[in-house]
Design a protein around this ligand. Structure first.
Ligand code: F6P
Length: 365
């Protein structure tokens, strides 16, 4: 996997700055270097673990009503401080902030918008498990360049992202990034402080025998998802005629990373546990950037019924169902949704087995 000594800066200069003016994205490489600096700082803080004095609840709740951890707030602040000053951003949005963060007037304003989840999978902090950060970069539309940055500037579909990535804080810290020319992984060389290209042009295998879903929600899933999971669980004695493995790390970053490394399917589908919620994961700073990375690596990412990158957000913190990974399996799950919606999936489309029914089918047709 070693690709010599291509550092993140060299990669970005080659990929972005040395391109013809028609395809270049001015300042994007410098912005991504600042994002990478946030990630290094967060990585350093996380490595201290409980000794860093940052464990525990912050005694506050975020916009989703979730209790914030001290590390949620600290990592959010690290992103703001590293990225607000450089004159490249017009505003930021984060899982930990209710409103758009406009760049303070003391700094010049740029044309990019940064959306981020500073600490994904934070329920893993206390158990010293894998966590991550996720980010997405878009550009302010030409007609909004001179206007104050408001929510509407951020409500653009994921297919308009100019860069997206995540950091995974595991045994090593990695930055996985795409600027629209494939998905590439960099490993932090801690002693020197460099991100070094170690996983060039990652490709997700088209087929897989591994899927990840929080199985405790099974009774709330829609029939097409139940059908898929039941078929996988039936293994070689069922219609798939092969055995499948399951995985669940409770950190989207860790699940997506595994899928980029060796294939698989990750699902946080629509469910009826909290009927008012369209899904669990947030579109702007979780689903969209991860979908960009997955598609750039040859995988697929859908809500079940549409491509996630085509979903136009209606709200900053909008949630969305997510099914992503190896393209042939994701396509199959999409087909199951389609068959169900058209009433072709008989046992699962019967009124006896709809979302509100107590009669949940055990086996698919
Ligand atoms: O908030 C997002 C998240 O932590 C994801 O990273 C992860 O996939 C999911 O929530 C875990 O959900 P659950 O608590 O249902 O396992």
């Amino acid at each position: 996997m070693q690709d010599g000594r291509t550092t993140l800066s060299k990669f970005l200069i080659d990929t972005l700055d040395r391109q013809p003016a028609s395809v270049s994205a001015p300042g994007l490489s410098a912005l991504l270097i600042d994002v990478a600096a946030s990630i290094k700082t967060i990585s350093g803080a996380l490595t201290k673990g409980a000794l860093g004095g940052n464990y525990g609840a912050a005694q506050s709740v975020n916009t989703h009503g979730e209790e914030q951890q001290k590390l949620d707030l600290m990592t959010n602040e690290i992103f703001l401080q590293h990225c607000e000053w450089d004159g490249l951003l017009a505003g930021m949005v984060s899982e930990e902030m209710d409103e758009v963060y406009a760049i303070p007037e003391t700094y010049p304003r740029g044309d990019y918008l940064l959306a981020f989840d500073p600490l994904d999978g934070s329920s893993n902090i206390d158990i010293n498990g894998v966590v991550g950060s996720i980010f997405s970069v878009t550009r302010v539309r030409d007609d909004q360049r001179d206007a104050p940055v408001t929510e509407s500037a951020f409500l653009r579909p994921g297919n308009e992202q100019v860069a997206a990535g995540y950091a995974i804080y595991g045994p090593s810290t990695m930055l996985v990034l795409s600027v629209g020319t494939g998905t590439h992984g960099f490993t932090l060389e801690r002693e020197v402080g460099n991100f070094v290209l170690t996983h060039s042009d990652i490709r997700i295998p088209e087929d897989t025998g591994e899927f990840a879903i929080n199985a405790s929600n099974e009774r709330f899933w829609e029939p097409p998802v139940r059908r898929y999971v039941q078929e996988c669980k039936a293994g070689r004695s069922g219609c798939r005629a092969r055995d499948f493995n399951t995985r669940w790390i409770a950190s989207m970053v860790a699940e997506v990373h595994r899928i980029l490394m060796r294939g698989g399917v990750f699902m946080y589908p629509r469910d009826f546990k909290t009927p008012a919620m369209e899904g669990r994961l947030r579109l702007l700073y979780e689903a969209s950037p991860m979908s960009f990375l997955v598609e750039q690596a040859g995988g697929q990412s859908i809500t079940g019924r549409e491509r996630i990158l085509d979903v136009v957000p209606a709200r900053l913190h909008q949630r969305v169902p997510v099914i992503l990974g190896s393209r042939n399996e994701v396509a199959r799950i999409g087909r199951y949704h389609d068959e169900y919606d058209r009433g072709e999936d008989k046992p699962f489309s019967s009124p006896l087995f709809n979302e509100r029914s107590l009669f949940l089918p055990e086996t698919p047709a």
